[in-house]
Every structure is written in C-alpha cells, then in structure tokens.
Design a protein around this ligand. Sequence first.
Ligand SMILES: C[S@@+](CC[C@H](N)C(=O)[O-])C[C@H]1O[C@@H](n2cnc3c(N)ncnc32)[C@H](O)[C@@H]1O
Length: 396
Amino acid sequence: MSQPQLKVNGHSRDWLKRRFPWVYPNELVKGRGRPGQVVRVVGPNGGFLGVGVADTGWLAARVYRFDEGSLDAQWMSRVVERALALREALIEENTTAYRLVNGENDGLPGIRVDRWGHFVCIVADTPAVGGLVPLLVAALEEQLAPRGVYLAYRPDPRDDRDASRFHPPPGLISGRAAPGAVRVLERGLSFDVYPAEAPDVGLYTDMRDLRAWLEPRWGGARVLNTFAFTGAFSVSAAYNGASEVVSVDLSGRYLDRAQANFGANGLDPSGHTFVESDVFKALDRLRRTGERFDRVILDPPSFSHSDRVWSAKRDYPRLVRAACAVLADGGWLIAASNQGTLSPSAFRKFILTGLRKSGCDGQLLYGATQAGDVPALLSFPEGQYLKIGVYRVLRS
Ligand SMILES: C[S@@+](CC[C@H](N)C(=O)[O-])C[C@H]1O[C@@H](n2cnc3c(N)ncnc32)[C@H](O)[C@@H]1O
C-alpha cells in the first residue's frame, strides 16, 4: 500500500531541501495525515522531499529521512548508533548522566533520550511519535542494555492537547523500575536523580561544560546561586573550594534535594545556606543587609509563575541589576538563558542594559552554549537554545 502523501508549498520545500525537519500546517498544499501516520512529503511539483510522521498540533509533520527509505528497525538502529558514537567520543569516564539522542539534532525529531546511570528516559514532544518508541526501545536495548526505560512527554507550549491523555502512556515502558533515586556522576561529582519523574529528573546536564569551565575557578569565592534547583552549581562550587555558597530557589523540595546532593559528595550542607524564596525578594534582602558575593549565578527558567509570569525582556535586565547590587567589585556574573526564542544578541543586550542601569560595565570571560551531547544541528536553527555568558563586573 502506498504511503499517504503530503504536498508542501515552495517555502517548505526550500527548507526541507536544506534538511530542516519540520512542516508547519500553513505550508501544506494538499493532504493532511492523521497523527502518527508515516507520510511521504513532496514539493509543489510532486518531487520527493522526505519521509515523515504526520501530526495535527502546531506541526503538520516531522521529517526523519531525506532519502526514499522506510522508518524501520534498521533505520532506527543506525540513528541510535550514530548518536551513541558521538557520546562515546565526548563524555568523560566519570560522567554517567547525559543526553544520548538530541531530537531533531540527532535525526530523531520530537524525541530526546537521556541517560541516567543504568536507566534511560525517552522524552517525546507529542504522542504522534509514539509509533517510533518501540523501535527506539529495541535499538537502545540492543546497543546500550539499560536496566529500565521510562517514557515522558514534554509537549511544546504551542501544543494545547492534554498531555495526560497521550498514548503510549508515560512511565516505565521496559525493564526494571528505578529504586527511587538513582545516583549519577557528573565529572566525578554525585547527584541523585529520579527517572520516574522524567522529564525533570533533577539535573540539567546541558550546563555541564559551564560547570567544567568554572571548576578550577571557585577557590575562596563567596557564591550566590540563584534559581539553584537541586544545587548542581552549588555542589560544584563548594566541592571546588568556594568559601560559602548561598543557594536560592522558590522550591523547598528542590533545596532539600540540593542539600542531599551536598551530602552525596561528602560536603556538610550546614556550612552553607539554602534560602527558599523568590529570587528578586532574596536579592533585595541580601542587598539591604550589605551582603556581597564574588560570584552570582543567574539561570532562570523560560517560564516562572511566582508572583507573575516571567518575561525575559522585562525581568532579565532587572535580575542583572539586582545581582549587581550584591556583587563585589570585580565579581563575576554567571548568566544563562535556556529560552530558545531569545536570540544571543537579545540576551547580551539584556545583560548590558542591567549592567548600565547599575552604573557598571562587564568583561566577557567565557561565552558558550549547551554541552556537546546536546548538539545543535546547523540546518535546525531552533537547536541552539542555551546562551551562557560569564562577565567580570566593573563599577565605574
Ligand atoms: C532552569 S532551573 C535552574 C537550573 C539550575 N541552574 C541547574 O543548572 O541545576 C529553574 C529553577 O528556578 C526555580 N525558580 C523558578 N522561578 C523562581 C523564582 N521566581 N525565584 C526563585 N526560584 C525560581 C525553579 O524552582 C527551578 O528550580
């Protein structure tokens, strides 16, 4: 039986020819597949462009092959093999937590795979890719032999379907369940993660290269880690010689996990401070009490709902300004944004605006994006989402 065909307009054809893997609904000229249906994508004149999987959300199709092959076990095995080969070349021996397959950027649109020690989590953007999951699990079992495989969904904010009703249902889909916490290593440091809570298991590995760069540079520093989450930066700073680390987060539960991560590395959490608070309120209190830090880390989420919804444009410059007020002269601002829709130039502008409003200037010491196991495919501009800058802040 021949595959259903989706005919796209010239704009989409040009992008697909450059191996961009998404087809938007408004680019369809003829045909519309059911979610999960394997489709042939053709141009306005009927010329073959690729083999994809149809969806009915904010995307009409994701394209997996740009040749006339099928989406079979052999194809999936090759996708996983190529992805694993990169990580084998890249990941240090003392690291057991990292991205194994980075969606579009590794030839598997809509699906990411993370390794958490002996366990693996598959995170899908949409139930439309569910038909590929058994092939993926088989390839992972053959090439990696994980103890257990979990499936989770992280629908794009543009997808208004109810994720709790997605199929296949999330949870353990193969092998044994993780025993609650799983202890993983990042460059020799221990962190407890919870695969059953995927997609947010308790560690963001895309920041690993930044932590590696900072590792030899914490000595004697007084550190303020805002949006501290489970304390990956806090633990790394304390372990590598910071004199004191103050971790601030809205969530007491995450701060408890941060303290447990201190303990997992033989660090006494009572020698450090954990503040359950909104970051702006905490920064204001620290300024009023005259506290000064040598390093301030700012890594806000793309969305936050404390008093109001976070807006990078309005809140990032404010955040930088509030951080400058508690930074010692010559202190370092370690700033990041994982908001994909924010361009690197807009990010720099927000930092500069915040510094100027504080009467400060900054020297860029280190600029980076996500770690290499979260590669960004050049033909997929959306792939590079993380912006990182370390600035030495100078008062005029
Ligand atoms: C992107 S994560 C930070 C990741 C962390 N820097 C790391 O690498 O492990 C965002 C964190 O910000 C916290 N958060 C969100 N809004 C906040 C607010 N207004 N004040 C304090 N923390 C907030 C969340 O609870 C979450 O732990």
